[in-house]
Design a protein around this ligand. Structure first.
Ligand code: ADP
Length: 471
């Protein structure tokens, strides 16, 4: 079959390819016969018959050689084209010059090379595919060595090189036990893995056995990052714990006074007046807390919707300052407003922006100290500084509320916008704020694609700057 296919592919036994060599091989015999005739040693007719005979033999030999060459080249053509030509042509046709043995050897070598190249291509394809997976993935062999690791895994575990022991990258005993169980018993398992990085990272790990395959028993370890989910869960439970604690404190105080008024102080008119005043204060504090919690949750719910209202920011800040004059007077604080030449147009949510500046100015009045000045400066930054968050380097409206109070220690500046955070100083404790004011400011500005920057010098005062994008 193979030979039939080859025969159709060979060149024809055309006269030019056979006659040429036949004529060349006939030349010596022709010359010898001619010499014999010329010298009279051989009569012309027998010489002519001899020449005819020699021509036929030469032609037959040239034809046979041509046929071998064509068969061999057809065989080589098939190998070069990547087709399998099957066993070599008949022995008696190719027995010259070791071709009969060389051709099948060449065929075997080429087949082996092709198989290795295909395996290499498959391996490259496999690596490309696993590198494209967004989760860390490691394949482990029966000796607990790494056979393959994708890009994410190598980034996460620099020791995850091919043939390196898994234990160099991951030491968690329960994970190693899961890998062993998978390699030995073919069981799949899932477990939670936390990595001692800074900051710590959490992963859901899955170990799956792969029993069939050229590498024998292997296990595939895949990890799915859960750090953010764990953080959110922790924040949620911290939040519930903090909110419950903040509500329980005034509630406990109110309950205590109710018991006292129902019991020992039942007929004490002066005590009743005093306790009722404190109860009203505590109830007010609870009310503020609930209001702030509701505001925060509303702002967070709408955080992905950028507000579209046009806001007259100059008038809004003027209203905030006016509304806080009585509070400033009570604390003997002077309020000063330095507007820009022209307030730029701003797009936003007027109520939420009012809350932002109210919280900032109120804090400055509380923490600024009596006899001091609180200043509100509005300006357009042609290129906001690098700490202006998403607005760094862009044109933005910057409104800075400065006070001349005791300032905030540098280490806690990043924490003052956390929910329920209060600096551990007597003023913060005495004021009994909700600890949610700056968290609300941060989230409102974030919703407006703006930013809050805080600068403070101990003993000199603090500056809170709200950056807002221009409309
Ligand atoms: P609170 O309701 O306690 O005022 P905030 O979120 O508004 O809550 O503020 C958090 C904490 O940040 C405050 O308890 C206070 O310790 C600190 N803080 C806020 N503003 C200032 C300021 N202008 N100067 C000094 N400390 C401040």
């Amino acid at each position: 079959m193979a030979q039939a296919r080859m025969a159709t592919g060979t060149s024809s036994f055309g006269s030019s390819t056979v006659l040429g060599p036949a004529a060349r091989s006939l030349l010596p015999a022709t010359a010898a016969l001619a010499a014999l005739v010329v010298t009279g040693l051989l009569p012309a007719f027998p010489a002519f018959l001899g020449w005819i005979l020699a021509s036929c033999v030469s032609y037959a030999l040239a034809l046979r050689r041509r046929r071998r060459i064509d068969l061999a080249s057809a065989y080589l053509d098939a190998l070069i084209d990547g087709r399998d030509p099957g066993p070599p042509p008949e022995h008696n046709l190719l027995d010259e010059g070791g071709l009969y043995h060389a051709l099948p050897r060449l065929r075997r070598t080429l087949a082996e090379r092709r198989r290795l190249a295909d395996m290499g291509l498959v391996a490259d394809l496999l690596q490309t595919v696993i590198d494209g997976i967004d989760d860390p993935l490691i394949v482990i062999d029966a000796r607990r060595r790494i056979v393959r690791a994708n890009g994410y895994a190598r980034e996460l575990f620099p020791a995850a090189a091919v043939d390196a022991p898994l234990i160099n990258s991951l030491r968690d005993p329960s994970l190693i036990a899961a890998v062993d169980a998978s390699l030995a018993g073919g069981t799949s398992s899932q477990l939670f893995l936390s990595l001692k990085a800074t900051p710590p990272r959490a992963f859901a790990a899955r170990v799956v056995p792969l029993q069939a395959g050229p590498l024998g028993h292997t296990a595939v370890l895949s990890l799915r990052e859960r750090t953010e989910a764990v953080q959110i869960e922790r924040m949620r439970s911290d939040f519930v714990a903090n909110a419950s604690h903040e509500i329980r404190t005034p509630l406990t105080a109110i309950r205590g006074f109710i018991e006292t008024l129902q019991g020992p102080a039942r007929d004490d008119k002066r005590a009743r007046e005093r306790f009722l005043a404190i109860m009203a204060q505590e109830a007010e504090r609870m009310g503020r807390l609930v209001d702030d919690l509701l505001s925060l949750s509303r702002i967070e719910l709408a955080e992905h919707q950028v507000p579209r209202e046009r806001v007259d920011i100059g008038m809004l800040i003027g209203r905030v300052v006016d509304s806080l004059i009585p509070a400033a007077d009570r604390r003997d604080v002077r309020l000063a407003l330095n507007p820009p030449d022209v307030w730029p147009p701003v797009v936003g949510d007027a109520d939420q922006l009012f809350q932002v500046f109210q919280n900032l100015v109120e804090n400055a009045i509380i923490h600024g100290g009596s006899g001091k000045t609180v200043t509100v400066d509005g300006r357009i930054e042609q290129a906001s500084p690098h700490d202006a968050g998403p607005l760094s380097g862009t044109r933005a409206l910057a409104v800075t509320v400065s006070d001349q109070g005791e300032g905030i220690p540098e280490a806690i500046i990043p924490r003052v916008t956390e929910r329920f955070f209060r600096a551990d100083n007597p003023r913060s404790r005495k004021e009994g704020g909700t600890g949610l004011g700056l968290a609300i400011v941060k989230h409102v500005l974030r919703r407006h694609r703006g930013h809050l920057a805080i600068r403070s010098t101990l003993g000199e005062g603090s500056q809170f700057t709200a950056y807002l994008p221009l409309a």
